[in-house]
Design a protein around this ligand. Sequence first.
Ligand code: APR
Length: 170
Amino acid sequence: MAFLKVVKDDITTITVDAVVNAANNSLLGGGGVDGAIHRAAGPELLAACRPLGGCETGNAVLTAAFRLPCRYVIHTVGPIWSGGSNNEAGALASCYHHCLQLADRHAVVSIAFPAISCGVYGFPIYPAAKIAVESVMDYCSQTHCSIKSVLFVCFGDEVKMAYEGALKQV
Ligand code: APR
């Protein structure tokens, strides 16, 4: 079973095997954590993303990490919150599942997640944190999982509190 931890930090400074990027469907960069990761990784990251032709909401793709202090960037596209009756919860859970599946396939041992969809995409922070923690617990409790450490990297105090609360409940 993996070790789960909540930290307050800038995900571009975290030294793990893979960091997860909260991207958009185009994979061509944006603001928020997407912008921060592209700025820190350098232009090679955009060049690596361009040929991928985008990513569907709930899915994930993997690239090298270039100037970031890690091996891989796993780009995932979270749901845009539209009230909760458009399977946003299922799509968010799918993001975590696909990121972990990709990480597992690349023998990733340590992975760092931002609070996917909790910024521009407007997902309510407390339900999003619960989905994040439960999805990771579900996936990593499988026997074949290579992942030993999962970091939830929060950028603000409220998000950190939400993730710490969700972790306490499992
Ligand atoms: N490190 C860690 N977390 C960060 C960082 C950072 N450097 N910068 C922002 N965050 C946090 C935000 O505070 C928020 O809690 O990441 C969380 C996700 O917010 P967004 O980056 O806005 O991502 P999201 O809500 O999934 O929206 C994705 O925003 O940036 C665009 O291109 C992106 O269109 C996509 C959309």
